[in-house]
Design a binder for this molecule. Structure first.
Ligand code: SF4
Ligand code: SF4
Length: 303
């Protein structure tokens, strides 16, 4: 089983569109949509949910207002300012209440309430799914509003996708990673044999590419780079590929700007499925080069 982890220093680089095209090319694969904060692979792949499960992570404090004496001890101790004094709706008596968005689930208030008025149930932070798509199974998730355990959810989605690939003897796991360089990205790349960074030729793109390559180097993960919409700024593309090489990464291709991608997306298709001419050819080349690099051969840098 081989894994392709596709990441980008920021959102909007075309990472997910490329992932959908790679899914069409890979054939025998499992998809993992690890962009759990803003999942959008489902827009192109119309998944049919076959299995769903709760994502439980940590606990949250909930004050039973009927038992609260309003002493304020919990609010004094909460380092996250998650507890406020309010008036009980029934009789106007002052009690305390936890803001579930601000609560970090540390449990300090629970253990120190002199009247044992605080419950501490498991925190339901979202759901994850296994779905059927026209290219194969997809593991994906939805984080509950306000939940910030996306790193753990990313790890879960990736792990479930790997398990499924082993069970079903699938050749590939394609991971659509989250944007940025934070905890969710680290969860998506940890233990990966290699990553593909999708970027675009802009000043912001160059900056974000440098950051994501730093992260890959920090974790000693070999990186490959694809510049999307490269023809919008060929000079910048050259500079970014040179900077990528200096950082130890391997440029494995460029994908041109082509409105055919938008037309394909409107039809709910990837560029490969829509047969988007030269654009599809670019994506094919990146896929071939990725396979060559992953197999230990050198990938060509340019189209
Ligand atoms: S410590 Fe307990 S009794 Fe005191 S305000 Fe908090 S919840 Fe109410
Ligand atoms: S569990 Fe921790 S963070 Fe949440 S309200 Fe209690 S003290 Fe504050």
């Amino acid at each position: 089983m081989k894994e392709l982890v596709i990441i980008s220093g920021k959102g909007g680089t075309g990472k997910t569109s490329l992932t959908a095209s790679f899914a069409a090319l890979a054939g025998n694969m499992v998809l993992a949509d690890c962009d759990v904060d803003a999942a959008d692979l489902h827009l192109l792949l119309a998944p049919d949910i076959q299995y769903r499960a709760d994502f439980i992570s940590g606990c949250e404090a909930i004050i039973r207002e009927a038992d609260c004496r309003g002493c304020g001890r919990c609010a004094e101790l909460c380092r996250f300012d998650a507890i406020a004094s309010v008036r009980r709706a029934s009789n106007g008596v002052r009690v305390h209440r936890v803001d579930p968005i601000a609560c970090e689930g540390c449990g300090v208030c629970v253990w120190n309430c002199p009247h044992q008025a605080i419950d501490f149930p498991d925190c339901h932070c979202g759901e994850w799914f296994i779905s059927a798509t026209r290219h194969g199974p997809m593991v994906h998730a939805r984080l509950a509003p306000g939940s910030d355990n996306s790193g753990k959810l990313v790890s879960l989605v990736r792990e479930e996708a790997r398990k499924l690939a082993k069970q079903q003897n699938r050749e590939w796991v394609l991971v659509d990673g989250p944007p940025g360089t934070g905890c969710p990205v680290i969860a998506a790349v940890t233990g990966a044999a290699r990553v593909l960074v999708v970027t675009e030729p802009t000043v912001a793109g160059a900056h974000d590419l440098a950051r994501i390559l730093q992260l890959a180097n920090h974790f000693k993960i070999p990186a490959t780079v694809c510049v999307n919409k490269w023809d919008l700024h060929p000079d910048m593309t050259e500079q970014m590929e040179a900077a990528a090489r200096e950082a130890g990464a391997t440029p494995i291709g460029r994908v041109r700007y082509d409105s055919a991608i938008t037309a394909a997306q409107r039809r709910g298709l990837s560029a490969i499925e829509a047969g988007a001419g030269p654009l599809a050819g670019d994506i094919h080349a990146v896929w071939r080069n990725w396979q060559a690099v992953a197999a230990g051969n050198s990938g060509s840098a340019n189209p």
